[in-house]
Design a protein around this ligand. Structure first.
Ligand SMILES: [Zn+2]
Ligand SMILES: [Zn+2]
Length: 85
């Protein structure tokens, strides 16, 4: 199998370029498709499913972790907006 150069961009406050060697996988954990030349990827905050397309991660989290997600949203909502001001 020819080794193509793949650039995966970590969805974060800044974009961290990863090589597929760093990630340890060439396929999305959810849709199982191979990553293309440049992809936005992220991991699930709630389980160890692995690296996914950004859009797949959104779908996965909404499907599998709606409760956890709502809990997380709720915990943020309870905090005052201007904690340190
Ligand atoms: Zn995917
Ligand atoms: Zn998950």
């Amino acid at each position: 199998m020819p080794q193509e150069f793949v650039t995966l961009l970590w969805r974060d406050s800044w974009l961290k370029p990863l090589t597929d060697g760093d990630v340890g996988t060439e396929n999305c954990a959810l849709c199982k498709k191979e990553f293309k030349e440049i992809e936005f990827v992220t991991a699930c905050d709630f389980c160890d499913i692995g690296i996914m397309h950004d859009s797949c991660a959104n779908r996965h989290i909404l499907q599998k972790h709606r409760k956890e997600l709502e809990g997380k949203i709720g915990s943020h909502r309870d905090k005052p907006l201007h904690d340190y001001q």
